[in-house]
Design a protein around this ligand. Sequence first.
Ligand code: G3H
Length: 541
Amino acid sequence: MTITENIRDIFPASNDIPPEFSLKKSLDQREYLVDGKLHIWQGEMEDSLSPIYLKTPKGLTQQKIGQFPCLSAQEALLTLEAAGKAYDYGRGKWPTMPVAQRIECVQDFAYRMKEKRDEVVNLLMWEIGKSYTDSCKEFDRTVDYIEDTIDALKNLDRVSSRFEITQGVIGQIRRAPLGIVLSMGPANYPLNETFTTLIPALIMGNTVIVKAPRPGVLLNYPLLEAFKEAFPPGVVNTIYGKGRTISPPLMESGRIDALAFIGSSKAANNLKKQHPKSYRLRSILGLEAKNPGIVLPHADLDLAIKECILGTLSYNGQRCTAIKILFVHKAIVDKFLDKFTTAISQLKFGMPWEEGVFLTPIAEPGKPQYLQDLVEDAKNHGAEVINEAGGTINETFFYPAVLYPVNDQMKVYWVEQFGPVIPIVPFENIETPIDYLVQSDYGQQVSIFGQNTEVIAQLVDPLVNQVCRVNINSQCQRGPDTFPFTGRKDSAEGTLSVHDALRAFSIRTLVAAKDIDLNKRLITEIVREHQSNFLSTDFIL
Ligand code: G3H
């Protein structure tokens, strides 16, 4: 069969689905977690529709996974009350708890979470169309992240378990929580990216309101009970529904101390503006990116093609770190295009559970049409789709379209497509891609492909001041999670990594006393009698 025929036949009938991956029944979630109780919502519900269609006698039918609550502003305010009560102006059980005990709660949660692996992985496939391999990776990486966070906090705590005496002043410096955190993750990494802010925020002693992304609500449903059991009431609260209904009452209250948001800069800007005292709000934001790949004349082409395929098309290009535009030197562009399009034609596409599948249906409503419009716009300005079947659509499936030659008149040159459209720009002068980065609204990462030491070295120096990670002969990516992940301009605010996130969700606070006998006696007694959790030299091993 040709690629086009395969695309026409991409969706299965229900009896083609392996039993271990089929949806047994509609998952109707009415519960939401507030103040340690699972409340049952009786109001408006929202359908969770899978990007997967099924062949039926009536034709292709979009599979419904289930439903989830569409909460109102009133429930949002209830979560705020609960998080506020649990924090109690820093006097609550959670923010004053010894670090070792908070770690135990998080460990307990991780233990309960691991038991839900199969359920969550299956829902990742159905809800956001992520392949089985990548869904497993997302789950396992999240569990690793929790474990690494615990280790990093133990290290941090050990360093803080000592007194410093400088210029006649005794001090103990630790990191303390900020208050109430609103954590909003993205639909492309609904588990991992939500947890990379949620877990550090929690473990540092903050109380949290979590808004799960849409799509991405139901895959968190199996974890609700674990949140309820592992943490004291009000420490984790969940809300669901439309951001424009739920977020304004929270932000306008002025009681959100930290906003952890992964999404668009426009939405982030709106959220921040809703806070009446913006200087009180700490923001940790992961936003858009348009990471370029630059292929130099002497690049190892096979290596460059391999990394550019991963970079542009892993999870259908729906990663903030994806390579979203390629600059290929004119001396090698013909060879590159030939090898690149051949490599694409060999990628397996199909349903997320199929072995070896690389390209899958897209969950974001309206996305295929948006991508098609970008392709049309590029064609109107002189580009062509150069790969077989490029841009072919079947419902939610969009087959990768390689656009060549792309120029600055085309929308796809500037906007973040967040999907399988690959614009390729030929260049002669290295100033072309450098200037692109200077002009771009984004500044996350870049990948450079080449073998000439001198050229690479000369590129690294200007590029590190344009973006926050320069990848050499490697695709752009976030991991390993111990590396700092951030961006310039409209791409991020704040830095995340296992180590940095603990700092992002806490503030340094200290106890200081002049080095006189009275103070030495007081401090010594407090420490010896274990009268304070803060003033303490206890070590967590
Ligand atoms: O969507 C943005 C993610 O942080 C990318 O992470 O590079 O590990 O896929 P990744």
